[in-house]
Design a protein. Structure first.
Lengths: 357, 181
């Protein structure tokens, strides 16, 4: 009898060991860190705190929201003190809400719902210093709104322009000057940040004048906008993807000679102002280092084990480490930008959004 | 009465004789789907939420809301990586309501979907052929194409599992002919 029980125990132990090894998750080490990096799968109640210097998973955090509430998306507040998650109530008319997590207090500070029953839209902090709780959010079938998370109310219907054929994503420039609305991954509308999305200054690629579909873009510190793109008429499809830049003075597009393998997933980018480099990676396992003066690929780092899929990039405040998230194999690749090599792989469940406050 | 029976029998035989079987809605080929569906996405089912709702005058009908995480937009773009798909029919406890468009979805299922927009930010599966479920084995990832109508280049019998790269590459080719994303 004892022998039989022992055998079963050993089989269970080995099975657990094997299964554990096939999908490893780095175990939490401590409860907090000064070097905070938050990682989220873009959906669900669980996210992770990682130390961006030691690359250890500090802890797994669960948002304490009722079962009837679902949570998606994560962004950082204007003053970089809160993580904001979109929340929605029950179908068929899911109320639009937000879960606000206080970074310093390490707890969910509020969960509230607006009078809108639009579910979840794309959302981002407005970066308006006089109204630090303000966010912009766009709903496919309703338009673009501003909502104050601290006052817990809808402030304004900014624009009722909407439609299935009109996707809108909103971005902020690092210098706080611009709010950029990317329409259909083509046009880039530039608004003065202080105008609350009311004072349009200019539009790049207006009416697809440059015939490009933009994957991603980065502001430089010398008035350029670096972009990765494909051709909007589909000619580059299944062939190649490109890198270039807009001059924000002349509004002219410079098409560099750099070409990358075609990728259905975007070539996400990050900009290193210290080194004058842009980093980009598409669906595959190649992380490209681009010199923004010469427009040349100066290095390529192979992310061993990365499987096809979307990969966001985040660089540390010291600009010496790049993190590449690969949700499809539960990995974050840590790249040493000095040595240009893979330093470590962190394992967490489906990493997608990464934020260093 | 006899005439009605004969009519129904003939109708049944006629429907059986078509490639679409006894489906009221016509199946579509991969090319037809690619050219006409507004949105083609590959991704993973996050949540399946069936709810009782009134539908076409019927109380206590079941509508299922499927939260879907997009990994790749093959056609069309969206501001959202997470979509909600509305499916007519579903199951709550022992009660099951089914129909041609009552696609079963399960949590963590990976699928290639052909979608169209419907009201209030929701999507619906574009056609009765619009859901291709991914099946993984040691040789790679396959898509179950049993809902697709066959055409000159695509045969799904006797084995309806086709390498996902092959299906995606065909979609890419059709889109290239169409021009643009």
């Amino acid at each position: 009898m004892f022998k039989k029980v022992s055998k079963i125990f050993i089989i269970i132990f080995i099975t657990n060991l094997v299964l554990g090894c096939s999908n490893p998750v780095t175990e939490p080490q401590d409860t907090t860190t000064e070097n905070k990096m938050y990682v989220y799968s873009n959906s669900g109640r669980t996210f992770y705190l990682i130390d961006y210097k030691t690359f250890e998973v500090v802890k797994e955090i669960k948002l304490n929201v009722p079962d009837t509430v679902s949570v998606d998306g994560m962004t950082l507040s204007t003053n970089r003190d809160y993580l904001i998650f979109a929340a929605q109530g029950s179908f068929p008319n899911p109320s639009t809400g937000f879960a606000v997590y206080n970074i310093e207090k390490d707890k969910l500070e509020s969960l509230f719902f607006t009078e809108l029953n639009y579910g979840i839209g794309y959302f981002i902090a407005a970066e308006n210093e006089s109204e630090p709780g303000l966010i912009y959010t766009h709903f496919r079938d309703f338009g673009t709104y501003s909502i104050d998370l601290f006052e817990q109310k809808v402030k304004e219907l900014i624009s009722d322009e909407h439609g299935f054929d009109l996707s809108k994503r909103i971005y902020n420039s690092p210098d706080g000057k611009w709010t950029v609305v990317m329409k259909n991954y083509a046009e880039l509308e530039f608004y003065l940040s202080s105008s609350g999305l009311h004072n349009l200054q200019f539009t790049l690629n207006k009416n697809d004048a440059d015939s490009i579909s933009i994957y991603d873009f980065e502001f430089s510190n010398n008035n350029k906008l670096f972009i990765t793109y494909q051709l909007s008429d589909g000619r580059s499809r299944d062939i190649e993807s490109y890198f270039g830049s807009y001059d924000l003075e002349t509004k002219h597009l410079y098409r560099s000679s750099l070409k990358f393998p075609w990728s259905l997933n975007p070539y996400y980018t990050a900009y290193n102002s210290t080194r004058n480099e842009v980093y980009t990676i598409g669906a595959y396992d190649k992380f490209y280092v681009i010199d923004t003066d010469s427009y040349e690929i100066v290095d390529t780092v192979t992310l061993t084990g990365k499987i096809t899929g979307p990969s966001q990039i985040l660089i540390t405040p010291g600009e010496d480490i790049a993190f590449v998230a690969c949700p499809n194999n539960n990995s974050i690749y840590v790249i040493d930008l000095n040595e240009r090599k893979l330093k470590k792989t962190i394992y967490v469940n489906e990493p997608y959004n990464m934020i260093i406050p | 009465m006899k005439t009605l029976k004969i009519f129904l029998a003939l109708l049944f035989l006629f429907l059986l004789s078509t490639q679409d079987g006894y489906s009221w809605e016509r199946k579509k080929t991969l090319k037809e789907l690619t050219n006409s569906a507004p949105l083609i996405v590959y991704g993973k089912v996050l949540e399946v939420i069936p709810k009782y709702e009134e539908y076409l005058g019927q109380k206590d009908f079941i509508i299922t809301y499927v939260k879907f995480s997009v990994q790749t937009f093959l056609k069309g773009t969206g501001a959202e990586q997470i979509l909600t798909i509305k499916v007519t029919g579903g199951q709550i406890g022992d009660k099951v309501i089914g129909g041609e468009r009552s696609f079963p979805f399960t949590k963590n299922e990976e699928v290639l979907l052909f979608l169209s927009p419907t009201e209030n930010n929701f999507y619906e599966v574009y056609s009765i052929s619009g859901k291709l479920t991914a099946v993984a084995n040691n040789e790679g990832k396959y898509l179950d194409c049993s809902l697709l109508k066959e055409d000159d280049v695509s045969k799904y019998e006797p084995d309806s599992l086709i390498k996902s790269e092959k299906i995606i590459s065909r979609i890419e080719d059709y889109l290239k002919l169409e021009g643009g994303k």
